[in-house]
Ligand binder design. Sequence first.
Ligand code: NAP
Length: 275
Amino acid sequence: MVTKVAVVTGANKGIGFAIVRGLCKRFDGVVYLTSRDETRGENAVIQLSKEGLHPKYHQLDITSVKSVEKFRDYIKNEYGGIDILVNNAAIAFKNNAKEPVTVQAEQTLFVNYFSLLSTCEILFPILRNGARVVNISSSSGHLTQIPSVALKKRFKDPNLTVEQLGELMQEYIEAARKGTQLAEWGNSSYVVSKVGVTALTKIQQRMVNDRDIKVNAVHPGYVDTDMSSHKGPLTIDEGASAPLFLALDAGDSVRGQYVWYNSKVVSWDGEKPEG
Ligand code: NAP
């Protein structure tokens, strides 16, 4: 019998950790808690084992092609493929960060957009039929967060390609380098990276439409984690709820969608819901 496999990136803490917890409770297969740092990842596994939950562990740094390829080869050899992939790992500079805008733009887009993309490019070939991919976006990934009408139009082009989206991301980095037109992008690297993730989700769904694979993006809510400086009102388990809905429960029609933390599909370019 085939053993099903679920994988969560950046799962040593925060929402990713709670997604692993939820998958361990409900998914009929093995759950891989992955992290860039082995010690932090193994400590997280120990924490869950105290709750009677037993995820497997593998190192996975989404910014390292070598690390992702090693992980892919391991999973392919051991199990043959992946059934659930949750792209959760991300970074966010704090509002008072000292790093120049250029550095923030380059690093944020490198991790949150380009590394999520390259991780998918490496892992998608081993997705099994029936697989579900959950890209953790944000309310910042709502299209209304980009003020420029012209840019919005380019992001929501139904024929947008991965190459063209990459060019959009590079244009923002260029704007940050030059210090020009940043207001058109909403003055936030995190916003651009997450609008990129939501746009990418729609392209990825189109690219796998000939197979039984669902790719969706989700805003997990404003959650009490290190990233939010513990200001978010939701617990990590509440933040894991909509990602788990997409990974386990969403119906067949939910494909290439953007889902809010209450598990409802929202219009990406319509009015942004609360929260
Ligand atoms: P968090 O507590 O800061 O956790 C982020 C996780 O990503 C950590 O495990 C971190 O590992 C990992 N990570 C960072 N870079 C990585 C890399 N190169 N390779 C692998 N893992 C990496 O943040 P969170 O709040 O749980 O956020 C989880 C997701 O939800 C993110 O996509 C975030 O943008 C999104 N989100 C969060 C909120 C919120 O209110 N918290 C709201 C909307 C969306 P280390 O421990 O090694 O740094």
